[in-house]
Design a protein. Sequence first.
Length: 297
Amino acid sequence: MAQIVQCVPNISEGRRPEVVERVVDQIRQTPGVQLLDYSSDYDHNRSVITFVGDLASVQEAAFQLTKEAVQLINMEEHQGAHPRIGAVDVIPFIPIEEVTMQECVQAAVSLAERINSELGVPTYLYGEAATRPERRDLSNIRKGQYEGLKEAIAQEERHPDYGEPRLHPTAGATVVGARLPLIAFNVNLGTDRKEVADHIARCVRERSGGFRNVKAMGVALEERRQVQVSMNLENYLETPIYRVLETIRREAARFGVPVVGTEIVGLVPQKALLDVAAWYLQLESFQPQQVLENRLR
């Protein structure tokens, strides 16, 4: 069986399609990798790119993507709802088949060092590759975002893992790491009151006493005149989509606010959706082999 590593870089550009295409083209042009998906969000001003391949090819594609983004994205001009610290905000390596987490950690370390040495961008390590316990959590590295990190990076506890303690003048900093598959899941609410989304985010996210393995924040979708609970579900087996969604629905009802839609950003494991279907349909003794496409395979 071939080695498969997934990589999901997030870049700080979601409003200029021509820039996103030039960055994504670096994946298309790298041998040994396959582009699976990419999507952009105007309000977040962010694009999420998903590709797979063997570890060495994925490393090379991630570097070429970063190199192009550093040339095209100026963080001094960037505005968006999503927390970010750099042109290429985060690059996670995710083991899928015939590769270990430790090998992905080694790849993350190697890439972080190369980005700094060849592009001059300071880099941090997170997740399973973190060098400090607090840096396992990406939000701790992003604290203060790009604007706040300009000064905070000079503090010893905020020094990058690679590079001098100062941001690249236009590309900021980049975070590289290794992790298990996560689901980027957003719930859109039928109101423009951001305080409602903020309250609900506090109810469901782990660090505020909510569900384990859930990160959440409220986001204003100004063009749609709605708000959103934007989440990363970092372990859908322990905290499934339906459990989080139903809690959000009940909390929103307290404010007289409906859930008007949900979004999955990027790719999602099939089992996560089958669990949702089984729960809502109240299926008894359901097996994945009952899915026609699974049986055909």
